[in-house]
Design a protein around this ligand. Structure first.
Ligand code: F3S
Length: 69
């Protein structure tokens, strides 16, 4: 069985495009500057894996890292 996915937003790269938040609101929050942060410790709940990859591929700054645990 595949391991769980984990996401992380690189704060040095994120420019607040917010595509991640609109594509996967379950996985990202925006702070007061409009920059995204992974919710909780970034572990992707079962069933939301596709959204994690979708957010990653749609971030113009390539700020989202998806790793498999
Ligand atoms: Fe930032 Fe990319 Fe989301 S720039 S707000 S991580 S789409």
């Amino acid at each position: 069985m595949a391991g769980k996915l984990k996401i992380r937003v690189d704060q040095d790269k994120c420019q607040g495009h917010a595509r991640c938040k609109s594509l996967a609101p379950e996985l990202f929050n925006l702070d007061e500057f409009g920059n995204a942060h992974e919710i909780g410790d970034g572990t992707v709940p079962a069933g939301l894996e596709d959204k994690a990859w979708l957010a990653q591929t749609n971030c113009p700054e390539i700020a989202i890292e998806v790793s498999e645990e």
